[in-house]
Design a protein around this ligand. Structure first.
Ligand SMILES: Nc1ncnc2c1ncn2[C@@H]1O[C@H](COP(=O)(O)OP(=O)(O)OP(=O)(O)O)[C@@H](O)[C@H]1O
Ligand SMILES: [Mg+2]
Length: 360
């Protein structure tokens, strides 16, 4: 164990990782990573796609056996073999994809595998009361007898957190929990995170939204290419420095790089023009041009019509004004089928709900 791990006598630190390594064929996903989580802090784990954030979490929780290093909980080395082991030790993880059973009721999901038994039988009254109590600690008042799947992703996420916390967690790991939540739902999640932090939990928060990092976290650990860049106090780290740590190069270099990319595109020179595409009460007419080899960002506040514009272009919502031109020719995109035939693809916001047919 290094000196850093011993420096606070381990009293503040609930979870500590030393020299963690994980190798996949051809990929050093994690190399010599140290990480300390204190009791009563929200700690952001940041890095570009593929930096090793999820791998670090999986090494901590026993999804992957580690190839090097040590994980200590309360100063004692642990070797969880699977997430259930880690949960038993007090480390609970909630992923972006809720891992509960949508057809069971909220109460059943909350109490899964630990239903209250009375004379050897499951006591539903007690299960229901326990479930209600667990949600009330998070300030959630919902009907626990309804199927979990009948609630929004946000509520399902919060139920997953309630379940994690009810299992006497000391450490709560949230891997991109906000990806499909709206503004109000994120605020509710943050309120709950702060409450739990104030009760002494250590919370690891993975997100790609830097404004959320500054809104809710106390410290930040940055990974890059599987290696530790550093751990910082959030309020002392300007956002521009954070971005530079994540990218490992100055932003100026990045924009220079981008211009070079545009010039190097060698594919077919196709163009898409959207002209006055709109729909009453949904979207005011919008026009935009898209050239081959180009990525165009649609920015705007929640509810400003970003999703609606993509659905109108793709034909999953019917436009009542405007046209889409492909290489200068108007194309009829009256349904997703037409759009796909013309070579369009749509990756929707909730991919699990709208992007696939899960039963097939
Ligand atoms: N099961 C696996 N088999 C092979 N390679 C993997 C596996 N899991 C992750 N990797 C690789 O390890 C590296 C780190 O991946 P990881 O999923 O930890 O990144 P991440 O920081 O969580 O990224 P993201 O922000 O996209 O979730 C990547 O290069 C990834 O391709
Ligand atoms: Mg990840």
């Amino acid at each position: 164990m290094s000196n850093a791990a011993l420096s606070d006598g381990g009293r503040d630190t609930v979870l500590s990782v030393r020299g963690a390594g994980k190798f996949f064929p051809g990929v050093k996903a994690l190399q010599d990573v140290d990480f300390d989580l204190k009791r009563g802090e929200i700690h952001a784990l940041l890095g570009e796609n593929g930096a090793g954030k999820s791998t670090l979490i999986k090494v901590i929780t026993g999804v992957h056996p580690r190839d090097a290093g040590a994980v200590m909980l309360d100063g004692i080395e642990i070797h969880p073999q699977h997430p259930g082991d880690a949960q038993g030790l007090g480390i609970s993880t909630v992923y972006q994809e809720v891992n509960l059973v949508p057809t069971l009721s909220v109460a059943e999901n909350l109490m899964l595998e630990r239903q209250t038994r009375k004379f050897g039988l499951i006591s539903w009254k007690k299960t229901e009361a326990d479930a209600k109590a667990a949600l009330e600690t998070l300030g959630l008042d919902i009907d626990v007898n309804r199927p979990l799947g009948s609630y929004s992703v946000a509520i399902q996420q919060l139920v997953a957190i309630a379940r994690a916390v009810a299992l006497d967690a000391q450490v709560l790991i949230l891997d991109e929990p906000t990806a499909s939540l709206d503004g109000d739902e994120i605020q509710t999640l943050f309120r709950i995170m702060r409450d739990l932090r104030d009760k002494g939990l250590g919370i690891v928060f993975v997100t790609h939204f830097l404004d959320q990092v500054y809104a809710v976290t106390d410290r930040i650990t940055v990974l890059r290419n599987g290696r530790l860049v550093g751990t910082f106090v959030t309020r002392d780290l300007p956002q521009i420095d954070l971005i530079n740590h994540m990218l490992g190069r100055e932003l100026a270099e990045v924009s220079a790089h981008r211009h070079q990319d545009e010039g190097s595109y060698a594919g077919p020179k196709r163009t898409i023009q959207v002209k006055n595409l709109g729909k009453k009460r949904v979207l005011e007419p919008v026009s935009l041009d898209l050239n081959a080899g180009e990525i165009v960002g649609l920015a705007g506040l929640l509810g400003s019509g970003r999703t609606e514009l993509s659905e109108l272009i793709f034909g999953s919502q019917k436009a009542d004004s405007g046209l889409v031109f492909l290489d200068g020719e108007p194309v009829m995109l009256r349904s997703p089928r037409h759009a796909i035939r013309s070579g369009f693809g749509l990756c929707p916001e909730d991919r699990k709900q709208d992007g696939i047919v899960a039963e097939l």
